[in-house]
Design a protein around this ligand. Structure first.
Ligand SMILES: NC(=O)c1ccc[n+]([C@@H]2O[C@H](COP(=O)([O-])OP(=O)(O)OC[C@H]3O[C@@H](n4cnc5c(N)ncnc54)[C@H](OP(=O)(O)O)[C@@H]3O)[C@@H](O)[C@H]2O)c1
Length: 233
């Protein structure tokens, strides 16, 4: 029987975040999901409960420090502590660099980098104090390599990759762990309305299973990153 954990998932209302929430709900864990869309959060919270978990949610922009403060206070009220943070909320805009708009740069940097920084910074003191905790950041295969037409998005994922690798060094003497998940293309609402072959993508459940591997790893193990690519067919 697994010990019940308190798990916070940003971007938990959709795609990969939702899949991780539903996967971990099977063990009866308490799961607090965050995004900007209350109606979607409500719906996923009901799915978490149906899957066997205890669900909470909070609404707001992950990149706004006042929102993060308020949500963290709500999390402590509801769950008392955080065992696992999955910093997963993210956005992506693709195209040649000279065609990227400044708002697209800002939104990607704010959500994908500042949002990850703010949430990790928020949960770390308590994790370090109890000398236990797991941070997972949804990076990308584009956090480890580069590709045309992904410049700003790749820059955000390389940034969080470096953030986590530096953090791992800072946490070396502790039992607090940090890892990234690095997927290639995943069939999620991210691709809704786009002309792409979703048959040739990973499923959100594939990523949720990787998250489970990290969350359930033994004390003797400290997974650094998990790179997942779509199967060749
Ligand atoms: N799909 C892929 O191919 C793929 C591959 C590699 C990595 N990833 C990464 O996986 C993560 C999840 O992507 P996904 O495919 O699951 O996309 P998705 O279905 O569009 O989900 C994105 C989630 O992030 C939330 N979000 C976005 N901006 C936010 C903000 N400013 N504040 C709070 N929440 C915000 C969204 O909710 P609201 O819009 O309601 O706020 C939603 O819950 C992202 O970090 C993405 O970069 C995706």
């Amino acid at each position: 029987m697994s010990i019940k954990k308190n798990i916070v998932i940003t971007g938990g209302s959709s795609g990969i975040g939702r899949a991780i929430a539903l996967e971990m709900a099977k063990n009866g864990h308490a799961i607090y999901i965050v995004s900007r869309s209350e109606n979607k959060l409500e719906k996923v919270a009901k799915e978490i409960e149906s899957a066997g978990g205890v669900a909470y949610f909070g609404c707001g922009d992950v990149a706004n420090p006042d929102v993060v403060d308020a949500l963290y206070n709500d999390i402590l009220e509801k769950m008392a502590s955080v065992d696992v943070l999955v910093a997963n909320a993210g956005v992506g805009y693709f195209g040649n660099l000279e065609d990227m708009e400044i708002w697209q740069f800002d939104e990607q940097m704010n959500t994908n980098v500042r949002g990850v920084f703010l949430w990790i910074r928020k949960v770390l003191p308590e994790m370090k104090q109890k000398n236990s905790g797991q941070i997972i950041v949804t990076s990308s295969n584009l956090g480890l390599k580069t590709s045309a037409r992904t410049s700003i998005y790749s820059a955000t994922k390389h940034a969080v990759q470096a953030m986590v690798w530096c953090l791992r060094e800072e946490l070396r003497e502790t039992q607090v762990k940090a890892a990234t998940i690095n997927p290639g293309s995943v069939s999620t609402p991210w691709f809704d309305g786009k002309d792409v072959d979703r048959e040739r993508m990973l499923s959100a459940t594939d990523i949720a299973k990787a998250a489970r591997l990290i969350i359930d790893q033994d004390k003797t193990s400290d997974i650094d990153h998990i790179l997942l690519l779509p199967a060749k067919n």
